[in-house]
Design a protein. Sequence first.
Length: 414
Amino acid sequence: MYLLARDLDISMRMQGLEIGGIPNMGDGLICLSVPNFCGNERKYVDEAIDTEWVSTAGAFIGRFETEMARKLEISQACACQSGTAGLHLCLRHFGVGAGDLVLVPTLTFIASINAVLYQSAEPVFFDCDDHMCINADQVEAYLRHECRIEGEKTVEIASGKTVKAVIPVHVFGDFCDMAHLMRLAEEYHLVVIEDATESLGGTFTQKEYVGRYAGTVGHAGVLSFNGNKIITTGGGGMVVSSDAAVMEHIRYLSQQAKDDALYSVHEEYGYNYRMTNLQAALGLAQLEELDAFVEIKLRNYKRYCEKLEGCSYGGMLPFGGGEASNHWFYSFALQEPDAAKRDRLMRYLDERHIQVRPIWKLNHTQTPFRKYRAMDCGRAGSFYDRVINIPCSTNLTEEQQNRVCEALLAFEKG
Ligand SMILES: Cc1ncc(COP(=O)(O)O)c(C=O)c1O
């Protein structure tokens, strides 16, 4: 069985086990999120091995890109090593550099922020809205009151630094207010890099974008195929955009910026970020299952909602995008913020071999990022103290879901 290292760490910490050991996975451990290989994965990977195309060239890479672009109804896709690499490539392509400011949510996986630092740029942290996504109203207030437009750019008045980009993250498969953010981006000349790493397969319900897939609204979108994502390549990512020039440069940067592969000529410095054919073989097979996985995620989410309806102290958080979300990760929230109770609940579930995790510690409070500007992030703080993610694998059985629900319902009684 495959278990994510970072999830193992959490689980082990909660059990007081040494990190680096392997927890007992017997006794019916219900994992938070594991892959589901039920299609052509083995066949395609075997084909890649049989043909000896296993590295950063080979037919599966192009096929995976083409099929993803077709699925998302977008013209271009560039497969790369990870979602983090995809974010980095976008920032680099759009000219985000030393001292530039990038507007980011505090409530997100740290990769979205790390990529900003790779470019020696600086994050400015924002709170979240009711769906744990970046608070567009707060972004607007910042731009209106603390920045000014100078020609074709926006400058933060206090620091004189240029505000270059915003990275909206569709947290757990829910949706940012892209209509609002895109309007602001246009007015303030910002680049929008849509972090759709968690929302593949979901579609927007906002009228401007209704039916458009997550990741296809910003100037570029980034997907992740990490082991816990709705589809996986083991590790991997993709940049998507309908702008051919953007994608050509991003593809070039992802392959060491080779101007002449034979004579090794490089006019720019690049990265070893290209996806391998082995990963793409897995990805293509997984993509064939995406629609089925989205359906299962929705069915299981509804099942949790029904079974936990009568819970006295908490319940399932809704997805703002309704049924159009991909329902990637499920959030169970206490009625009131109470970090001690959240931790007691996690321990209680852990003792019953149910793997859960708190949502991310807010990024503006993390050591490498404390020195950067942060708005009032009270709502994100309250979510942090209230919410845990509960098992959400697409191969979760009804019996396992019943066990999770019974444990959640019994917590206050026990
Ligand atoms: C919100 C968010 N952004 C970025 C990433 C980075 O993706 P990857 O793990 O593929 O580098 C992830 C995934 O782990 C994520 O959840």
